[in-house]
Design a protein around this ligand. Structure first.
Ligand SMILES: Nc1nc(=O)c2c([nH]1)NC[C@@H]1CN(c3ccc(C(=O)N[C@@H](CCC(=O)O)C(=O)O)cc3)CN21
Ligand SMILES: O=c1ccn([C@H]2C[C@H](O)[C@@H](COP(=O)(O)O)O2)c(=O)[nH]1
Length: 283
Protein backbone atom coordinates (compact mmCIF):
# COMPACT_ATOMS: atom_id res chain seq x y z
CA UNK A 1 0.00 0.00 0.00
CA UNK A 2 2.84 2.40 0.86
CA UNK A 3 4.39 2.15 -2.59
CA UNK A 4 1.01 3.02 -4.18
CA UNK A 5 0.53 6.05 -1.93
CA UNK A 6 4.15 7.15 -2.51
CA UNK A 7 3.56 7.08 -6.27
CA UNK A 8 0.32 9.10 -5.94
CA UNK A 9 2.09 11.68 -3.78
CA UNK A 10 5.04 11.81 -6.17
CA UNK A 11 2.73 12.56 -9.12
CA UNK A 12 1.05 15.34 -7.15
CA UNK A 13 4.32 16.85 -5.87
CA UNK A 14 6.54 16.42 -8.94
CA UNK A 15 4.23 15.67 -11.90
CA UNK A 16 4.18 17.64 -15.16
CA UNK A 17 0.88 18.55 -16.89
CA UNK A 18 0.71 16.82 -20.29
CA UNK A 19 -2.07 17.22 -22.88
CA UNK A 20 -3.47 13.86 -24.04
CA UNK A 21 -4.90 13.98 -27.54
CA UNK A 22 -6.74 10.62 -27.43
CA UNK A 23 -8.91 11.55 -24.45
CA UNK A 24 -8.80 15.35 -24.84
CA UNK A 25 -7.77 15.69 -21.18
CA UNK A 26 -4.66 16.85 -19.36
CA UNK A 27 -2.76 14.39 -17.17
CA UNK A 28 -0.41 15.09 -14.29
CA UNK A 29 2.43 12.76 -15.22
CA UNK A 30 5.68 11.24 -13.99
CA UNK A 31 7.99 8.85 -15.82
CA UNK A 32 9.14 5.56 -14.31
CA UNK A 33 7.86 3.75 -11.26
CA UNK A 34 8.96 0.35 -9.96
CA UNK A 35 6.58 -1.58 -7.74
CA UNK A 36 7.32 -4.97 -6.17
CA UNK A 37 4.98 -7.56 -4.74
CA UNK A 38 6.00 -10.44 -2.50
CA UNK A 39 3.78 -13.19 -3.87
CA UNK A 40 5.64 -15.93 -1.97
CA UNK A 41 4.57 -14.31 1.32
CA UNK A 42 1.05 -13.66 -0.04
CA UNK A 43 1.33 -9.89 0.52
CA UNK A 44 -1.67 -9.09 -1.66
CA UNK A 45 -1.35 -5.47 -2.92
CA UNK A 46 -4.96 -4.49 -2.49
CA UNK A 47 -5.72 -0.79 -2.05
CA UNK A 48 -7.32 -0.09 1.35
CA UNK A 49 -7.82 3.69 1.12
CA UNK A 50 -10.89 3.03 -1.03
CA UNK A 51 -12.98 -0.01 -1.81
CA UNK A 52 -11.24 -2.01 -4.55
CA UNK A 53 -13.29 -4.19 -6.90
CA UNK A 54 -10.64 -6.91 -6.92
CA UNK A 55 -12.93 -9.51 -8.51
CA UNK A 56 -13.23 -7.38 -11.66
CA UNK A 57 -9.44 -7.08 -11.78
CA UNK A 58 -8.94 -10.86 -11.58
CA UNK A 59 -11.79 -11.45 -14.05
CA UNK A 60 -10.03 -9.15 -16.52
CA UNK A 61 -6.77 -11.09 -16.14
CA UNK A 62 -8.59 -14.40 -16.57
CA UNK A 63 -10.14 -13.02 -19.78
CA UNK A 64 -6.65 -12.16 -21.09
CA UNK A 65 -5.44 -15.67 -20.20
CA UNK A 66 -8.36 -17.08 -22.20
CA UNK A 67 -7.62 -14.84 -25.17
CA UNK A 68 -11.00 -13.07 -25.11
CA UNK A 69 -11.65 -10.34 -27.68
CA UNK A 70 -15.18 -9.36 -26.65
CA UNK A 71 -16.45 -7.15 -23.80
CA UNK A 72 -19.48 -9.47 -23.33
CA UNK A 73 -17.16 -12.38 -22.44
CA UNK A 74 -15.44 -10.15 -19.87
CA UNK A 75 -18.84 -9.19 -18.45
CA UNK A 76 -19.80 -12.85 -18.13
CA UNK A 77 -16.69 -13.38 -15.99
CA UNK A 78 -17.52 -10.32 -13.87
CA UNK A 79 -15.64 -7.39 -15.45
CA UNK A 80 -17.48 -4.49 -17.08
CA UNK A 81 -14.19 -2.74 -17.66
CA UNK A 82 -14.02 -3.17 -21.45
CA UNK A 83 -17.57 -1.96 -22.21
CA UNK A 84 -16.55 1.66 -22.78
CA UNK A 85 -13.45 1.02 -24.88
CA UNK A 86 -15.33 -1.52 -27.04
CA UNK A 87 -18.51 0.54 -27.52
CA UNK A 88 -17.98 4.24 -26.80
CA UNK A 89 -14.80 5.37 -28.51
CA UNK A 90 -15.65 7.14 -31.79
CA UNK A 91 -12.40 6.19 -33.55
CA UNK A 92 -12.97 2.49 -32.79
CA UNK A 93 -16.70 2.66 -33.67
CA UNK A 94 -15.72 3.91 -37.13
CA UNK A 95 -12.95 1.34 -37.59
CA UNK A 96 -13.78 -1.15 -40.40
CA UNK A 97 -12.08 -3.96 -38.41
CA UNK A 98 -14.66 -3.69 -35.57
CA UNK A 99 -16.83 -6.82 -35.83
CA UNK A 100 -19.87 -5.36 -34.05
CA UNK A 101 -21.17 -4.63 -30.56
CA UNK A 102 -18.68 -5.46 -27.77
CA UNK A 103 -15.86 -6.37 -30.15
CA UNK A 104 -12.47 -5.23 -28.84
CA UNK A 105 -10.46 -6.47 -31.79
CA UNK A 106 -6.98 -7.95 -31.73
CA UNK A 107 -5.89 -6.77 -28.29
CA UNK A 108 -4.27 -8.26 -25.19
CA UNK A 109 -5.10 -11.97 -24.86
CA UNK A 110 -5.69 -12.39 -28.59
CA UNK A 111 -2.02 -11.59 -29.08
CA UNK A 112 -1.07 -13.75 -26.09
CA UNK A 113 -2.87 -16.85 -27.35
CA UNK A 114 -3.10 -16.36 -31.13
CA UNK A 115 -0.36 -14.07 -32.45
CA UNK A 116 -0.63 -14.20 -36.27
CA UNK A 117 2.43 -15.47 -38.10
CA UNK A 118 3.26 -13.83 -41.44
CA UNK A 119 3.52 -17.30 -43.05
CA UNK A 120 0.13 -18.45 -41.74
CA UNK A 121 -1.07 -19.96 -38.46
CA UNK A 122 -0.79 -18.53 -34.98
CA UNK A 123 1.51 -18.67 -31.95
CA UNK A 124 0.19 -19.52 -28.47
CA UNK A 125 2.75 -17.69 -26.32
CA UNK A 126 1.15 -18.60 -22.99
CA UNK A 127 0.96 -22.34 -23.65
CA UNK A 128 4.65 -22.46 -24.57
CA UNK A 129 5.54 -20.66 -21.32
CA UNK A 130 3.38 -22.95 -19.17
CA UNK A 131 4.73 -26.11 -20.86
CA UNK A 132 8.33 -24.97 -20.41
CA UNK A 133 7.97 -23.89 -16.79
CA UNK A 134 6.18 -27.13 -15.91
CA UNK A 135 9.18 -29.02 -17.32
CA UNK A 136 11.55 -26.82 -15.28
CA UNK A 137 12.75 -24.97 -18.38
CA UNK A 138 13.47 -21.23 -18.44
CA UNK A 139 14.96 -20.45 -21.86
CA UNK A 140 15.45 -16.79 -20.83
CA UNK A 141 12.67 -15.92 -23.24
CA UNK A 142 9.55 -16.89 -21.25
CA UNK A 143 7.80 -13.78 -22.51
CA UNK A 144 4.09 -13.12 -22.94
CA UNK A 145 3.83 -10.06 -25.16
CA UNK A 146 0.56 -8.37 -26.06
CA UNK A 147 2.34 -5.57 -27.93
CA UNK A 148 1.93 -6.08 -31.68
CA UNK A 149 2.37 -2.78 -33.56
CA UNK A 150 1.47 -4.53 -36.84
CA UNK A 151 -2.08 -5.01 -35.52
CA UNK A 152 -2.72 -1.84 -33.49
CA UNK A 153 -5.14 -0.69 -36.20
CA UNK A 154 -7.22 -3.86 -35.57
CA UNK A 155 -7.89 -3.22 -31.86
CA UNK A 156 -9.75 -0.72 -29.69
CA UNK A 157 -6.73 0.19 -27.52
CA UNK A 158 -3.04 -0.54 -27.46
CA UNK A 159 -2.24 -2.77 -24.48
CA UNK A 160 -1.10 -0.86 -21.41
CA UNK A 161 0.39 -3.69 -19.41
CA UNK A 162 1.99 -5.19 -22.49
CA UNK A 163 4.66 -7.71 -21.46
CA UNK A 164 4.96 -10.38 -18.77
CA UNK A 165 8.40 -12.01 -18.51
CA UNK A 166 8.64 -15.15 -16.31
CA UNK A 167 11.86 -16.53 -14.82
CA UNK A 168 12.76 -19.67 -12.89
CA UNK A 169 15.47 -19.84 -10.25
CA UNK A 170 15.43 -23.44 -9.05
CA UNK A 171 11.81 -24.08 -8.03
CA UNK A 172 10.89 -20.43 -7.57
CA UNK A 173 9.02 -18.51 -10.25
CA UNK A 174 9.48 -14.75 -10.74
CA UNK A 175 7.62 -12.27 -12.91
CA UNK A 176 8.61 -8.93 -14.44
CA UNK A 177 5.62 -7.05 -15.87
CA UNK A 178 5.93 -3.93 -18.02
CA UNK A 179 3.34 -1.19 -18.38
CA UNK A 180 3.70 1.70 -20.83
CA UNK A 181 0.81 3.85 -19.57
CA UNK A 182 -0.98 3.86 -16.22
CA UNK A 183 -4.15 5.58 -15.00
CA UNK A 184 -3.04 5.54 -11.36
CA UNK A 185 -6.43 6.18 -9.64
CA UNK A 186 -8.38 3.60 -11.70
CA UNK A 187 -6.08 1.30 -13.65
CA UNK A 188 -3.28 0.73 -11.15
CA UNK A 189 -5.70 -0.39 -8.49
CA UNK A 190 -6.47 -3.26 -10.91
CA UNK A 191 -3.02 -3.75 -12.42
CA UNK A 192 -1.36 -4.41 -9.05
CA UNK A 193 -3.87 -7.18 -8.33
CA UNK A 194 -3.36 -8.57 -11.85
CA UNK A 195 0.44 -8.80 -11.70
CA UNK A 196 0.24 -10.49 -8.29
CA UNK A 197 -2.47 -12.93 -9.34
CA UNK A 198 -0.80 -13.79 -12.66
CA UNK A 199 2.36 -14.93 -10.86
CA UNK A 200 0.35 -16.80 -8.21
CA UNK A 201 -1.72 -18.62 -10.86
CA UNK A 202 1.11 -19.53 -13.22
CA UNK A 203 3.19 -20.78 -10.26
CA UNK A 204 0.25 -22.90 -9.11
CA UNK A 205 -0.41 -24.52 -12.50
CA UNK A 206 3.28 -25.18 -13.19
CA UNK A 207 3.99 -26.63 -9.73
CA UNK A 208 6.47 -23.88 -8.78
CA UNK A 209 6.79 -21.69 -5.71
CA UNK A 210 5.85 -18.06 -6.36
CA UNK A 211 8.62 -15.55 -5.61
CA UNK A 212 8.62 -11.81 -6.28
CA UNK A 213 6.71 -9.91 -8.97
CA UNK A 214 8.34 -6.74 -10.32
CA UNK A 215 6.03 -4.20 -11.95
CA UNK A 216 7.63 -1.48 -14.09
CA UNK A 217 5.50 1.48 -15.12
CA UNK A 218 6.71 4.04 -17.66
CA UNK A 219 4.09 6.84 -17.93
CA UNK A 220 2.16 7.09 -14.63
CA UNK A 221 -0.59 9.70 -14.63
CA UNK A 222 -3.64 11.17 -12.92
CA UNK A 223 -6.28 12.71 -15.23
CA UNK A 224 -7.23 16.31 -14.46
CA UNK A 225 -10.78 15.34 -13.45
CA UNK A 226 -9.46 12.75 -10.95
CA UNK A 227 -6.94 14.96 -9.19
CA UNK A 228 -9.12 16.57 -6.51
CA UNK A 229 -10.58 13.22 -5.43
CA UNK A 230 -7.13 11.68 -5.15
CA UNK A 231 -5.47 14.66 -3.40
CA UNK A 232 -8.29 15.76 -1.11
CA UNK A 233 -10.10 12.49 -0.39
CA UNK A 234 -8.13 9.28 -1.00
CA UNK A 235 -4.74 10.58 0.14
CA UNK A 236 -6.23 11.98 3.35
CA UNK A 237 -7.16 8.48 4.53
CA UNK A 238 -5.04 6.16 6.70
CA UNK A 239 -4.36 2.76 5.11
CA UNK A 240 -5.45 -0.48 6.84
CA UNK A 241 -3.47 -3.71 7.28
CA UNK A 242 -3.14 -5.70 4.02
CA UNK A 243 -5.56 -8.45 2.99
CA UNK A 244 -4.59 -11.88 1.67
CA UNK A 245 -5.67 -13.83 -1.40
CA UNK A 246 -6.51 -17.52 -1.60
CA UNK A 247 -6.90 -19.43 -4.84
CA UNK A 248 -8.75 -22.73 -5.21
CA UNK A 249 -6.00 -25.40 -5.07
CA UNK A 250 -7.98 -27.55 -7.55
CA UNK A 251 -6.83 -25.19 -10.32
CA UNK A 252 -3.99 -27.28 -11.71
CA UNK A 253 -3.62 -26.53 -15.42
CA UNK A 254 -4.00 -23.96 -18.17
CA UNK A 255 -7.02 -25.96 -19.33
CA UNK A 256 -8.64 -25.49 -15.90
CA UNK A 257 -8.16 -21.72 -16.26
CA UNK A 258 -9.62 -21.86 -19.76
CA UNK A 259 -12.69 -23.92 -18.89
CA UNK A 260 -14.31 -24.01 -15.43
CA UNK A 261 -12.61 -21.36 -13.27
CA UNK A 262 -14.85 -18.49 -12.09
CA UNK A 263 -14.47 -15.68 -9.58
CA UNK A 264 -15.80 -18.09 -6.91
CA UNK A 265 -12.39 -19.77 -7.03
CA UNK A 266 -10.76 -16.66 -5.55
CA UNK A 267 -11.21 -15.38 -2.02
CA UNK A 268 -9.83 -12.39 -0.19
CA UNK A 269 -9.71 -12.46 3.58
CA UNK A 270 -9.16 -9.68 6.07
CA UNK A 271 -10.00 -6.90 3.61
CA UNK A 272 -10.59 -3.68 5.57
CA UNK A 273 -11.14 -0.65 3.38
CA UNK A 274 -12.43 2.91 3.33
CA UNK A 275 -15.53 3.86 1.30
CA UNK A 276 -15.59 3.47 -2.49
CA UNK A 277 -14.58 6.50 -4.59
CA UNK A 278 -16.04 6.91 -8.07
CA UNK A 279 -13.20 8.23 -10.23
CA UNK A 280 -14.05 9.59 -13.68
CA UNK A 281 -13.06 7.23 -16.51
CA UNK A 282 -11.60 8.59 -19.76
CA UNK A 283 -12.49 6.70 -22.94
N1 LIG B 1 -8.75 5.62 -18.93
C1 LIG B 1 -8.58 4.30 -18.76
N2 LIG B 1 -8.13 3.86 -17.57
C2 LIG B 1 -7.97 2.53 -17.34
O1 LIG B 1 -7.54 2.18 -16.22
C3 LIG B 1 -8.27 1.62 -18.40
C4 LIG B 1 -8.74 2.11 -19.62
N3 LIG B 1 -8.89 3.46 -19.79
N4 LIG B 1 -9.08 1.28 -20.66
C5 LIG B 1 -8.78 -0.13 -20.58
C6 LIG B 1 -8.78 -0.67 -19.22
C7 LIG B 1 -10.10 -0.86 -18.54
N5 LIG B 1 -9.76 -0.67 -17.13
C8 LIG B 1 -10.66 -0.25 -16.17
C9 LIG B 1 -11.92 0.17 -16.55
C10 LIG B 1 -12.84 0.59 -15.60
C11 LIG B 1 -12.48 0.58 -14.26
C12 LIG B 1 -13.50 1.02 -13.25
O2 LIG B 1 -14.50 1.61 -13.60
N6 LIG B 1 -13.31 0.76 -11.99
C13 LIG B 1 -14.19 1.18 -10.92
C14 LIG B 1 -15.35 0.24 -10.72
C15 LIG B 1 -15.05 -1.21 -11.01
C16 LIG B 1 -16.21 -2.18 -10.83
O3 LIG B 1 -17.30 -1.78 -10.37
O4 LIG B 1 -16.03 -3.35 -11.15
C17 LIG B 1 -13.36 1.30 -9.65
O5 LIG B 1 -13.82 2.02 -8.77
O6 LIG B 1 -12.29 0.70 -9.57
C18 LIG B 1 -11.22 0.14 -13.88
C19 LIG B 1 -10.32 -0.27 -14.83
C20 LIG B 1 -8.35 -0.40 -17.00
N7 LIG B 1 -8.10 0.23 -18.26
O1 LIG C 1 -4.58 -2.13 -17.69
C1 LIG C 1 -4.69 -0.91 -17.96
C2 LIG C 1 -5.25 -0.47 -19.15
C3 LIG C 1 -5.32 0.86 -19.39
N1 LIG C 1 -4.86 1.75 -18.48
C4 LIG C 1 -4.99 3.20 -18.77
C5 LIG C 1 -3.76 3.99 -19.03
C6 LIG C 1 -4.28 5.15 -19.87
O2 LIG C 1 -4.87 6.13 -19.00
C7 LIG C 1 -5.39 4.51 -20.69
C8 LIG C 1 -4.90 4.07 -22.05
O3 LIG C 1 -4.65 5.17 -22.83
P1 LIG C 1 -3.46 5.26 -23.92
O4 LIG C 1 -3.76 6.54 -24.62
O5 LIG C 1 -3.58 4.07 -24.81
O6 LIG C 1 -2.17 5.29 -23.15
O7 LIG C 1 -5.77 3.37 -19.94
C9 LIG C 1 -4.33 1.33 -17.28
O8 LIG C 1 -3.93 2.13 -16.41
N2 LIG C 1 -4.25 0.00 -17.07
Amino acid sequence: MKQYLDLCNRIIDEGTWIENERTGKRCLTVINADLTYNVGNNEFPLITTRKSFWKSAIAEMLGYIRGYDNAADFRALGAKTWDANANENRVWLNNPHRKGVDDMGRVYGVQGRAWSKPDGGTIDQLKKIVDNLKAGIDDRGEILSFYNPGEFHMGCLRPCMHTHNFSLLGDTLYLNSFQRSCDVPLGLNFNQVQVFTLLALIAQITGKKPGMAYHKIVNAHIYEDQLALMRDVQLKREPFEPASLSINPDIKSLEDLETWVTMDDFEVSGYQHHEAIKYPFSV
